[in-house]
Design a protein around this ligand. Structure first.
Ligand code: SAM
Ligand code: DTB
Ligand code: SF4
Length: 336
């Protein structure tokens, strides 16, 4: 632990709200100081996402393109097979991704052939040298243990919003059930990927409240995705205005201050951010992005654009390390 890094699990709502309210320059300064002290050797992790089971989900999440309750539901697509998923994972690794995240539009993990395939996918992704992350709704202790045995690095299960705003967004799953799922994941020894979304009509206090729940988890979630709402047509939230980029910057910065050692992921909503806004998010302490031109069902910046972004920011990412390694034998031969 360094002098400047305050690792706490007892942040109050008022303290967090005061951070969100700081003059932007002061907030950025604090977030950067914490980030540099906690994570020397700044590097951005690149995570690729793939939807294995798309649409037809029984939950009523108001933001989601995959809910049966929303006319946006993109159901009816065949689930991807193990071989196809591992081909995509191989391509992601070749493009320089460090982590491969797979999504199932499920309320909870189903037993049977689909779960056996999920385990094979996890093993296959790990064999490629990538971190493996799964997001598939609630799970049982046994399922969490089997995923851990297969080598799963992380399980993503978001809070989505504050406990107070939650009922306006989802009614088919309780906040308590979300917290229980997180505990099961932890008990099985799998790391937690847990964050939320801004831009769903919540107040500043709601944002502070969601961050407080995250920061009270001990130890903090290893990965904290911060999503800007992608207002998908055919969902109840389709008419909501795009999140102000500086709101995302603030959210990232406060997440960084509260959870100094966690990976803070700048997640959905990047297509609405210009290059400079994204660089501000990196400066505020984001140290991961989703890499590849689709998230689960919506768009994400192209790989080339992201490479240019990281180069412009002067940030080291894994594809650069990979290219340097590939060039090494040639240089050695040339020198001989
Ligand atoms: N069904 C699983 C679940 O809900 O846990 C996994 C998939 S779900 C799509 C993963 C997360 O993506 C959600 O919890 C939500 O935070 C985020 N997400 C989904 N749709 C989004 C949207 N339109 N805008 C921003 N974030 C979104
Ligand atoms: C997370 O918090 N964001 C990612 C990942 N975890 C699974 C998903 C974003 C989904 C955005 C909407 C879509 O593409 O369907
Ligand atoms: Fe289903 Fe997950 Fe979408 Fe909610 S967020 S509707 S649980 S796929």
């Amino acid at each position: 632990m360094t002098d400047t890094v305050d690792l706490r699990h007892d942040w109050t709502l008022e303290e967090i709200q005061a951070l969100l309210d700081l003059p932007l320059m002061d907030l950025l300064w604090r977030a950067q100081s914490v980030h540099r002290a906690a994570n020397p050797g700044y590097r951005v992790q690149l995570a690729s996402l793939l939807s294995v089971k798309t649409g037809g989900c029984e939950e009523d999440c108001a933001y989601c393109s995959q809910s049966m309750y929303n006319s946006s539901d993109v159901g009816g697509q065949a689930d991807l097979e193990v071989k196809a998923v591992l081909e995509r994972a191989r391509a992601a690794a070749a493009a320089g991704a460090d982590r491969f995240c797979m999504g199932w539009a499920w309320r909870e993990i189903r037993e049977g052939p689909a779960f056996e395939s999920m385990l094979r996918m996890v093993r296959g992704v790990r064999e490629l040298g990538l971190e493996a992350c799964v997001t598939a709704g609630m799970l049982t202790d046994t399922q969490a243990e089997r995923l851990a045995e297969a080598g799963l690095t992380a399980y993503n299960h978001n809070l989505d919003t504050s406990p107070e705003h939650y009922d306006r967004i989802i009614t088919t799953r309780t906040y308590e059930e979300r917290l229980e799922t997180l505990q099961r994941v932890r008990r099985a020894g799998v790391t937690l990927c847990c964050g939320g979304i801004i831009g769903m009509g919540e107040t500043l206090r709601d944002r502070a409240s969601m961050l407080r729940v995250l920061a009270c988890i001990d130890p903090h979630p290893e990965s904290v995705p911060i999503n800007g709402l992608v207002a998908v047509e055919g969902t109840p939230l389709e008419g909501l205005p795009t999140v102000d980029p500086l709101e995302l910057v603030r959210m990232v910065a406060v997440a960084r201050i509260l959870m100094p050692f966690s990976r803070v992921r700048l997640s959905a909503g990047r297509e609405e951010l210009n290059r400079e806004a994204q660089i501000l998010c990196l400066q505020a302490g984001a140290d991961s992005i989703f890499y590849g031109d689709t998230l689960l069902t919506t768009g994400n910046p192209a790989v080339d654009a992201d490479r240019a972004l990281l180069e412009a920011a002067g940030v080291q990412a894994s594809w650069q390390e990979q290219e340097a390694l590939e060039q090494q034998p040639e240089q050695e031969t040339a020198a001989a």
